[in-house]
Design a protein around this ligand. Structure first.
Ligand SMILES: NC(=O)c1ccc[n+]([C@@H]2O[C@H](COP(=O)([O-])OP(=O)(O)OC[C@H]3O[C@@H](n4cnc5c(N)ncnc54)[C@H](OP(=O)(O)O)[C@@H]3O)[C@@H](O)[C@H]2O)c1
Length: 280
């Protein structure tokens, strides 16, 4: 899928040419970086894996003649967030895509609490600090800018078996919806992208086995096309189907249904525990 020429024209006329994509080493972030590179934007790409960042930077240059700045760092650590700010301080950032994030799954009581807190640090705290920084930076720029948040379809109700992950995305969705209104008068556009299941590095890290999923290629362009034209996008047909199907369902029932869905995604965790118990 390619970005429509009229969208490229609109984005180039409305925003400065530098696009920041956090979490660009795989999945959705990588796809967004490639699409912006192909469209002739300059990129700042981040991730913890230096080799993947360098490889993406080389690919952007070889394939699209695109200039990019790789910034390696763990954004759950405040020093690395500050390092990112200082490395881009001299640039006008047109679009900041706060995509880096991860999920967890399984029974909350059995969860690794340090990992859960780390997820809050990355999915919420880092996003909060970066949004504050880039909103202020954009306010001072001639063409202002746009901030894109990475929410999820799990943001719209509680999700048993992924309680904390869904809560981090509920934070992102609510925060983004409010900022979309607040920052509009400041000339800054805000978009929340709320995909359904996407085949990326996400499921393995979250220990989920998702039955059906979209590819990053199916959701990248719909997210980009929604920048500056809407406040929330449900990218891809499957995402729309899943969210619209539940739209008229009472919230308590949505929690039950999503609990069943996530129960299916984490079934292997219980068969593993049962297998271990029956052997001992
Ligand atoms: N896949 C889905 O089903 C789905 C659905 C809805 C929303 N989302 C959201 O979409 C976003 C992107 O996920 P994805 O599906 O593309 O997963 P992914 O393939 O695992 O990509 C996650 C990206 O975030 C980066 N990242 C992870 N931890 C980081 C940290 N501590 N510091 C800096 N960067 C970090 C990773 O880079 P390094 O490993 O190099 O650090 C990677 O580039 C996430 O916010 C996720 O919650 C995903």
């Amino acid at each position: 899928m390619k970005i429509a020429q009229k969208t490229i024209k609109r984005l180039k006329s409305n925003y400065h040419e530098w696009v920041l994509v956090t979490g660009a080493t795989s999945g959705i972030g990588r796809e967004l970086a490639l699409k912006f590179g192909e469209a002739g934007f300059k990129l700042i790409i981040t991730g913890r894996r230096g080799m993947e960042l360098e490889a993406l930077s080389a690919h952007l240059s070889d394939e699209y003649n695109t200039e990019s700045i790789p910034v390696q760092g763990d954004l759950s650590i405040i020093e690395d967030v500050n390092k990112l700010f200082s490395e881009v301080s001299h640039l006008n950032i047109g679009i900041a895509i706060l995509n880096a994030g991860f999920g967890t799954s399984g029974k909350f009581r059995a969860s690794n609490i340090e990992q859960e807190v780390n997820m809050l640090d990355l999915n919420c705290k880092a996003v909060l600090i970066m949004a504050h920084h880039f909103a202020n930076k954009m306010k001072a720029q001639p063409k202002k800018g746009a901030i894109v948040f990475m929410s999820s379809m799990v943001a719209f109700q509680g999700v048993p078996n992924a309680a904390n992950y869904a809560a981090t995305k509920a934070y992102v969705q609510s925060f983004s919806e409010a900022l979309a209104v607040e920052l509009k008068s400041e000339g800054i556009d805000v978009l929340s992208a709320a995909p359904g299941p996407v085949a990326s590095g996400f499921a393995e890290r979250a220990d989920m086995k998702m039955d059906m999923s979209l590819s990053p290629e199916q959701i990248g362009v719909p997210i980009i096309e929604a920048i500056g034209s809407r406040s929330t996008v449900l990218p891809g047909f499957l995402t729309k189907l899943l969210v619209y199907n539940l739209r008229m369902t009472p919230r308590w029932a949505k929690v039950q249904i999503m609990g069943k869905v996530m129960g299916g995604f984490t079934k292997h965790q219980r068969s593993l525990v049962q297998g271990t118990m029956s052997k001992s």
